[in-house]
Design a protein around this ligand. Structure first.
Ligand SMILES: Cc1ncc(COP(=O)(O)O)c(C=O)c1O
Length: 371
């Protein structure tokens, strides 16, 4: 008997395929591909959905972070604190503006930036702090903002995994000076290519970002700033408009599956990252297991795909070796023990139950499937 594999994710358009094709067709027929009506409409719709006054489309999430840093005047000689457990792109945005990323450890449990470690990493050169709302869950913005405010350093929120997430009921990206989003195809709101956006409630800051992402132009061919070329194209914006309409329902489905996982995994040694805030949007469903590689191999044999987010903590990335980063033991342990179970809007409760059964079996010392 062949078992049907449960893939980690499928990116082929499913329920929304006809609408995605129609949106692409609309753009092709119009023949306007960069900075046009789809992008403008998407920016307004995304700002509204995200609870912010302004949204500015850009090329990808990394650029979104780098553009905010650039708009804040961060550059060579400056330091920016980022968490040790995140997609490496968070820190690459810092190097893109010529500044130095400094790694704060993460809190045990929720695995977002630890306010105490942040405090330890601040120096007179710190020009920004970039907490990451990891796996769909907001960082502890109350504690992090308190440290940032005391130090007089702006918070830049990396919301690349946290579309529609809230912290204490407040939308992510609206506590700091701005929030950066990615629309990479695997994200909760994913394009059919790269895409990104920045949200902010500051009109002057929004205008500066709009100028910077378009080469620093104010009027055609008049550049007042050495900006960058990072725009959200019309095809991506049109697809994102379609998908934004389904984001709330998709998020509700993710939450329902996550609570099914929690109940089903209870009592096993596969420990889910705790839900510290009901505003969690479950971009991923990572669990920590002390025999991670063994469990993953058993799940693979049971036809279940899993991934590791993230296998190498940022201070251990060779890309940053020259910066002699301080050790971050909580992130190091998480990198050795975390793995992610499938979780996406097309996954069914029946599939989740099969995954739970497989994890329970794999968690037994002999891997037996008997009750
Ligand atoms: C937390 C985080 N920050 C930044 C990024 C970078 O986004 P992008 O791939 O759109 O540049 C990603 C996505 O890869 C991410 O997950």
């Amino acid at each position: 008997m062949t078992i049907e594999r449960i893939p980690f994710l499928s990116l082929t358009p499913g329920a929304d395929a006809a609408e995605v094709r129609a949106a692409i067709d609309r753009v092709l027929t119009r023949g306007h591909f960069v900075l046009g009506p789809e992008g403008e409409a998407f920016e307004a719709e995304f700002a509204r959905a995200s609870g912010a006054a302004h949204a500015i489309g850009c090329g990808n999430g990394t650029d979104a972070i780098a553009l905010i840093l650039r708009a804040l005047g961060v550059g060579p000689g400056d330091e920016v604190v980022v968490p040790a457990m995140t997609a490496t792109y968070t820190a690459l945005a810092v190097t893109m503006v010529g500044a130095r990323p400094v790694f704060a450890d993460v809190e045990p449990g929720r695995l977002t930036m630890d306010p105490t470690s942040l405090q330890d990493r601040l120096t007179s050169r710190t020009k920004a702090i970039v907490p990451v709302h990891l796996f769909g869950q907001a960082a502890d913005l109350q504690a992090l903002s308190a440290v940032a405010t005391r130090a007089g350093v702006p918070l830049v929120e990396d919301c690349c995994q946290a579309h529609l997430a809230t912290w204490g009921g407040r939308p992510v990206g609206t506590t700091g000076v701005a929030g950066a989003f990615s629309f990479y195809p695997t994200k909760n709101l994913g394009a059919v290519g790269d895409g990104g956006a920045i949200i902010t409630n500051d009109a002057a800051f929004a205008a500066r970002l709009r100028c910077l992402r378009n080469g620093g132009q104010v009027t055609r061919y008049e550049h007042v700033d050495a900006g960058v070329n990072s725009r959200l194209d019309e095809l991506q914006a049109a697809v994102l408009r379609v998908r934004l309409l389904r984001l709330e329902a998709g998020t509700a489905h993710r939450r329902a599956l996550a609570s099914r996982y929690r109940a089903g995994l209870d009592g096993t040694r596969a420990i889910p990252v705790p839900e510290c805030d009901p505003g969690h949007v479950y971009h991923l469903f990572p669990v920590q297991h002390f025999q991670r590689d063994d469990i993953r191999a058993r799940l693979d044999r049971a036809g279940i795909d899993t991934l590791i987010h993230y296998p190498i903590p940022l201070p251990a990335q060779r890309a940053f070796a020259s910066m002699a980063p301080a050790a971050c033991p909580v992130a190091a342990r998480a990198a050795a023990e975390l793995f992610s179970l499938p979780l996406h809007p097309a996954l069914t409760p029946v599939q989740v139950d099969r995954i739970i059964t497989a994890v329970r079996a794999a968690d037994r010392p002999d891997g037996s499937t008997h009750a």
